[in-house]
Design a protein around this ligand. Structure first.
Ligand code: TYM
Length: 332
């Protein structure tokens, strides 16, 4: 039976990229009646130093973001990672299965550690083994993510396969990445070659889920584009990253394909297309930011949801961890 798992780091600030690449699709999977687990991965967040008060706030705000985006804590198991000890416990086993060379090839490690790898945390290096544990501790089969997580998911598959080989078992299923739709890689509004990211120094490069209607509209109005009108068909977007990005965003927000959007909008100048996109983005996103703000007024309610989610997650994870220990030969 299919089981969906995915996670988001509570490192402060959710973007339109997180919404279209992850949150919106999480809600869609849940509404198709599949078993879904969604995790605020606080232990991943601390691989780079986090101010403790900010981490607490970001975790609660992320939980509010999940719920405001349509993830229902009754239908989905919604929880934070550190409340389910089996993630860290299985990660240790996987640290002993994964190879240093695999980790060194991760582009995210190379980008984040940069030239000063000697001074990066050991946790940042081992990060993909913890991510593999997040998924495999539930025997999850499907992992919806944005494009940037693809390499980590390939490593997760390698860890599952090597564990099974090393111990002569088929205990861990090899999970499938689910990278689908028009917005698996939302780009910066200022530079069509860069991913939209909460760490970009320019706030104009991204739409935050907490932005108000005026800010959203302004950022879209000022988004970088070339001077040509939209092409007549999808092929004309190939060499035009900024135009393509805005069309992808439009398609994802309306649940259409890029071809469908182009059939409708092709040939329009940006002076017409941008206001349409701005109205659409405001209509879809402003209610999310309002709902997040409302939910954040009662953090005890959020904490209770996370605690309850952790109990449900633990009931699945603990037997899988114990079975793993048996396979490895740990005495209990
Ligand atoms: P994180 O927290 O960086 O991002 C959360 C999700 O948002 C997607 N995303 C985007 N999608 C499209 N366009 C963008 N510009 C964009 N920016 C972010 C990401 O692809 C991701 O799906 N390592 C993960 C968290 C994680 C995880 C897991 C995910 C930990 N354990 C297990 C899946 C399964 C991360 O740092 O995502």
């Amino acid at each position: 039976t299919p089981r969906v798992f995915s996670g988001i780091q509570p490192s402060g600030g959710l973007t339109l990229g997180n919404y279209l690449g992850a949150l919106k699709r999480f809600a869609d999977a849940q509404d198709r009646g599949i078993e879904t687990l969604y995790c605020m991965v606080d232990m991943h967040a601390i691989t780079v130093w986090q101010d403790p008060a900010n981490l607490t706030r970001a975790t609660r705000e992320l939980c509010a973001g999940f719920i405001a985006s349509g993830v229902d804590p009754e239908k989905s198991i919604l929880f934070n990672q550190s409340q389910v000890a089996a993630h860290a416990q299985l990660a240790w086993v996987f640290n002993c299965v994964a190879r240093m060379g695999w980790m060194k090839r991760m582009t995210q490690w190379k980008d984040k550690a940069g030239k000063n790898a000697e001074n990066a945390s050991l946790g940042l290096f081992a990060y993909p083994a913890l991510m593999a544990a997040d998924i495999l501790v539930y025997h999850a089969t499907h992992v919806p993510v944005g494009e940037d997580q693809k390499q980590h998911l390939e490593l997760t598959r390698d860890i599952a396969i090597k564990f099974n080989n090393d111990f002569g078992t088929d205990f861990f299923p090899v999970p499938e990445p689910v990278i689908e739709g028009a917005a698996t890689r939302v780009m910066s509004l200022r530079d069509g070659s860069k991913k939209m990211s909460k760490s970009d120094p320019s706030d104009m490069s991204r739409i935050n889920l907490t932005d108000d209607a005026d800010t959203i509209a302004k950022k879209i109005r000022k988004a970088k584009t070339d001077p040509e009108p939209l092409p007549e068909g999808p092929d004309g977007l190939a060499e035009r990253p900024e135009a393509r990005n805005l069309v992808n965003i439009y398609a994802a927000l309306t649940d259409q394909t890029v071809a469908e959007v182009m059939a409708e909008q092709g040939g329009k100048p940006f002076s017409e297309f941008k206001p349409l996109l701005a109205d659409l983005a405001v209509a879809k996103l402003a209610p999310i930011s309002t709902e997040m703000a409302r939910l954040m007024q009662d953090t005890s309610e959020i904490d209770a949801i996370l605690r309850r989610g952790a109990e449900r997650a633990n009931a699945i994870a603990e037997p899988i961890l114990q079975r793993t220990y048996d396979i490895v030969g740990m005495v209990r």
